[in-house]
Ligand binder design. Structure first.
Ligand code: FAD
Length: 281
């Protein structure tokens, strides 16, 4: 299939991108195109205008500032994968990166595109949620920050409005006490996950605190497992796995039944709990 006809405009500034989005009823931003072009080709979407933001300056930086790491929307997955800043200060994203598709996809796909697209089986939205990060959004009348806990609204639905641009994500820089864990099940390496788990906690050497568990592939958005988080902080992996019965209500999808996903979530939690209690290298 071929996409429906659309107009194309290349924005040269953030302001121009926002104003172009406001000009048409159904405009879409084009970043890496790795998800968008597939949805157009399958005619799941038929925008009347594509606003290409690849020429917008200032959106492709990665920097540590005031205890946070800011990652620009146009940072390619491959650039984040190779970044020392990410490896040192955002080890959860460094661990997740190799699981996103394949090198060709990671060479073009962007951090902003992945977070804005919000595929419920994608790795980065879950990482953002596990890290307790924030999303920076630019609109006609200025910009605003939205916490990850409030960002994911529903299936492929986020706090980014139709005339807005996601410009960056911000996550707390890892401290020496930070521990991270990541695991997923998929049919082949690089496929979207059947179920996955991104996690962060702090350790004083004996116990875990501030545990955040973000499951993906088990709901319409990435899902925090709050009862399991509390149980894990109490030290009980078995109790945490039991608590998943209340935290997660996965439904059947093309990959697996809800019951299988729930079982896999428990297996993932045991693996990730072991990672969280490991001493960092
Ligand atoms: C074969 C294949 C396998 C893949 N496997 C995985 C995988 O295992 N895990 C995974 O997470 N992803 C996977 N992906 C998707 C990949 O990670 C995409 O790069 C990503 O989801 C979207 O990023 P993009 O830059 O390509 O966005 P685009 O495709 O350009 O855009 C996606 C959507 O987000 C919107 N958008 C883009 N940027 C912004 C912005 N800055 N502000 C607001 N809205 C914006 C667009 O308008 C569009 O609606 C796969 C893709 C392919 C083709």
């Amino acid at each position: 299939m071929k996409p429906a006809a659309f107009a194309y405009a290349k924005a040269r500034s953030l302001g121009e991108a926002v104003s172009l989005l406001g000009e048409r009823e159904h405009a879409r931003l084009l970043a890496g195109g790795q998800s968008l072009i597939a949805t157009l080709n399958m005619r799941l979407d038929a925008p009347d205008l594509l606003v290409d933001i690849n020429g917008v300056p200032g959106l492709d930086g990665m920097a540590r500032r005031n205890g946070h790491v800011e990652i620009g929307a146009l940072v390619r997955h491959a650039a984040a994968e190779r970044s020392d800043v990410i490896a040192t200060y955002v080890p959860l994203i460094a661990r997740a990166m190799p699981h996103i598709g394949h090198p060709a996809i990671r060479n073009r796909g962007t951090i902003g595109g992945s977070i804005a697209f919000a595929d419920p089986a994608a790795e980065l939205p879950a990482c953002l949620l596990a890290l307790g990060g924030e999303v920076e959004i630019a609109a006609k009348n200025g910009s605003r920050s939205v916490s990850a806990d409030d960002f994911f609204k529903g299936l492929f639905e986020t706090a980014v409005g139709p005339h807005e641009v996601l410009t960056a994500i911000r996550v707390p820089a890892a401290t020496p006490a930070a521990r991270v864990g990541f695991a997923e099940f998929c049919r082949r390496h690089g496929d979207y996950a059947i179920a996955g788990l991104a996690a962060q906690a702090e350790s004083d050497g004996k116990r875990l605190q501030n545990v955040r568990l973000a499951f993906f592939g088990v709901g319409s958005t990435p899902v925090r497992a709050r009862k399991a988080e509390a149980a894990l902080a109490e030290g009980g992996v078995d109790d945490a796995v039991k608590a998943l019965a209340e935290d997660l209500q996965p439904t059947d999808d093309v990959q697996a039944s809800g019951a299988v996903k729930k079982h896999l979530a428990g297996v993932l939690l045991r693996r990730v709990a072991a990672q969280l209690t490991e001493k960092p290298a």
